[in-house]
Ligand binder design. Structure first.
Ligand code: C2E
Ligand code: MG
Ligand code: MG
Ligand code: MG
Length: 281
């Protein structure tokens, strides 16, 4: 084995590192450019009521139509956006795009349901965020009540007066707040109580093995009990099968989301589905 660690393999190793570094560098440059051109896409995934499966909202999910690589999902570029300090600009792009899309639908006579936008921890902590959001809403004549912000549970850990102030500043603009991917972090429940969240989204890892896995059933039920005790609404995400949907329908859960309910789709598809529903109604 020692034989293989000769000068040649070191060279090979270096060559591979620099190739990876170059690929990353190129992707970063392309991402920067896409952000400057506001060229990222936003897909919308339906969220329905548990009571009658009516459309009550959509979640905005960023996508990047890359010239060579095709349609990229957040896993392909969010880590890079974070490590290269582009995440604030990315989230800013998404919020502005959502505002324009709400206007686009309005021009077609369609009222966009409430849009949930994911905020990164970096963005929530940014002192200028509330003032920027106020401006984007204003520029597009959009009322803050049309938006909801989703923040991952982890942020609650790094509790501080600062976080409390940031969240309150957001809420004062009209949007509601949801805790995303709940159950995967280690948020302190006593802190949760003091923060202005109205909604809790149960992470899809607890949904995958429902209803067969009794432990997951118990976890979901206890999260629901907790949320209800704190007067929060509950969303379950990642519903992929009818069995999962049926089990969840029998729980005290307010909203459902997942491929079984609807896939994330581009604005054009969302618009078409509204128009064809209106035509058939
Ligand atoms: P998330 O906020 O928990 O969003 C739900 C993710 O689950 C989305 O993945 C969605 O496509 C996927 N999903 C929905 N239903 C199902 C299902 O039934 N089965 C499975 N397997 N997956 C389902 P996506 O779009 O790849 O986004 C991944 C994550 O990236 C999001 O998780 C969110 O944390 C983050 N993200 C997405 N858009 C943005 C954004 O604009 N800004 C920031 N900061 N983060 C974003
Ligand atoms: Mg989310
Ligand atoms: Mg989630
Ligand atoms: Mg997630």
């Amino acid at each position: 084995q020692a034989k293989e660690i000769g000068p040649n393999s070191v060279q090979f190793f270096n060559a591979r590192i620099s190739q990876q570094a170059r690929a990353k560098f190129t992707l970063e440059r392309e991402l920067r450019r896409a952000l400057d051109l506001q060229a990222l896409d936003v897909f919308y995934q339906p969220i329905v009521s548990n009571n009658g499966y009516h459309l009550v909202g959509v979640e905005a999910l960023v996508r990047w139509q890359h010239p060579d690589k095709g349609l990229l999902t957040p896993a392909d570029f969010l880590p890079l956006a974070k490590s290269s300090n582009l995440i604030y600009q990315l989230d800013a792009n998404v919020i502005q795009r959502v505002c324009r899309d709400i206007k686009d639908l309005e021009q077609h006579g369609i009222k966009m349901p409430k849009v949930s936008i994911n905020l990164s921890a970096e963005q929530v902590r940014h002192p200028d965020l509330p003032c920027h959001i106020a401006r984007w809403l204003d520029e597009n004549h959009i009322s803050g009540e049309q938006l909801e912000f989703e923040v991952i549970e982890d942020i609650v850990q790094h509790d501080s007066q600062q976080l409390m102030r940031s969240l309150q500043a957001l809420v004062s603009l009209g949007p509601t707040l949801a805790i995303d991917d709940f159950g995967t972090g280690y948020s302190s429940l006593s802190r949760l109580k003091h923060l202005p969240f109205n909604k809790l989204k149960i992470d899809r890892s607890f949904v995958r093995d429902l209803p067969g896995n009794l432990q997951d059933c118990a976890i979901v039920q206890s999260i629901v009990a907790l949320a209800k005790g704190l007067s929060m609404e509950v969303v379950v995400e990642g519903i992929e099968t009818e069995e999962q949907r049926d089990w969840i329908s029998r729980q005290n859960i307010d909203y459902l989301q997942g491929y079984f309910v609807g896939y994330p789709m581009p604005l054009e598809r969302l618009r078409e589905s509204f128009l064809s529903n209106a035509a058939s109604a």
